[in-house]
Design a protein around this ligand. Structure first.
Ligand SMILES: Cc1cc2nc3c(=O)[nH]c(=O)nc-3n(C[C@H](O)[C@H](O)[C@H](O)COP(=O)(O)OP(=O)(O)OC[C@H]3O[C@@H](n4cnc5c(N)ncnc54)[C@H](O)[C@@H]3O)c2cc1C
Length: 302
């Protein structure tokens, strides 16, 4: 199936939203990224299955996106299908200390429910943008905790068999900012085991975490969070600062003056600018400390 026929077929079948040749810069917190051949928001799981079938028949690659807050999408864009599960996986409910959220639900929405219902255990996620699906896939976290800590189980859809299944936490390996969840499994829902807590305490802790972020990170700037993982026993931000990289720039991409492990897009930075800056930072850190920095953000696209 050629590109035109693929796009037409998606428009014919999908009951949700279909955007063709959609600039990914509209869907990433970096504000960077060329066009996706097709960007779809399925209406529900049945719609998602139909869409996956079309992609399979057309032999098109699939990429599932949350809020695009941990991604650097290339300037050439993404071939194939980008799927966003905001409509199809948007339910959220809590009872008996268990909170179940569709994978497209944002962490901030989950925290609001935790405050309303007096549920503790996820406050440390305050200020981490993005969806719960993206957070579990990458085991998002802070120095305090990781999203896998209060996790009970996930619901997944296999992009090959189109079957839904439940995976218990013990069936998934979680490490620092990564999980063993394979690419062919899309997360559709996530369940946490939380604990009863005074709503005032939950709210206070959330606000405290948010305040700390405001003073230590370039909140509100176009960025994708920490660019590099912390090497064992080191802070990537400190290593980058010691290497004299703060304020360094390439085009409109600049190393944040506030937190050296953040690169910000001052206006119209390209992915190529960010990648050049990343290479330069790595080179300088290697020279000054002998340490090889590993990317925390995911580079996507052609
Ligand atoms: C200002 C700022 C601060 C940040 N602070 C932190 C922090 O403190 N700690 C931290 O860990 N991260 C942080 N991040 C990075 C980012 O917010 C997290 O990694 C977040 O969990 C990514 O979620 P997302 O929905 O945006 O995922 P995306 O960036 O859209 O995707 C990330 C990965 O998850 C996959 N994915 C998304 N949804 C699904 C799904 N339903 N099923 C299967 N795979 C899926 C994608 O394919 C991709 O591989 C920060 C980012 C910013 C911009």
């Amino acid at each position: 199936m050629n590109k035109f026929a693929f796009q037409k077929e998606l428009e014919r079948v999908c009951r949700g939203e279909v955007l063709l040749d959609e600039p990914m810069s509209q869907h990433t917190s970096f504000g960077i990224g060329g066009p996706a051949e097709a960007f779809v928001c399925p209406a529900d799981i049945a719609d998602l299955r139909e869409i996956l079938t079309i992609a399979k028949e057309a032999a098109k690659p699939i990429f599932v996106i949350g809020r695009g807050t941990n991604l650097l999408v290339s300037d050439a864009g993404v071939s194939g299908l980008v799927i966003r599960l905001n409509q199809s996986c948007s339910k959220i409910r809590a009872s008996d200390g268990r909170l179940c959220a569709g994978a497209g639900v944002e962490l901030s929405q989950i925290l609001q429910l935790c405050i309303q219902q007096g549920l503790g255990g996820l406050e440390f996620t305050a200020g981490i943008p993005g969806t719960v699906g993206g957070a579990v896939k990458g085991n998002a976290g802070t120095l305090k905790a990781e999203i896998s800590d209060p996790l009970l189980e996930v619901e997944t859809l296999d992009t090959n068999s189109l079957e839904l299944s439940i995976l218990k936490k013990g069936q998934i390996i979680f490490k620092y900012r990564r999980s063993s969840l394979p690419k062919e499994l899309l997360l559709t829902a996530v369940t946490f085991q939380l604990y009863p807590e005074d709503p005032v305490n939950v709210k206070t802790r959330v606000e405290d975490y948010l305040k700390t972020r405001l003073t230590s990170q370039p909140v509100g700037e176009k960025c994708a969070g920490c660019i590099f993982k912390n090497p064992p026993g080191h802070s990537a931000g400190q290593l980058i600062e010691q290497a004299g990289c703060k304020g360094m720039s390439c085009g409109d991409a600049m190393v944040s003056e506030l937190h050296a492990n953040f690169i910000i897009n001052r206006s119209k930075a390209k992915a190529s600018d960010v990648l050049k800056l990343i290479d330069e930072i790595r080179e300088r850190v290697r020279t000054t400390s002998g340490i090889e920095l590993e990317l925390e953000i995911e580079v996507v696209g052609q």
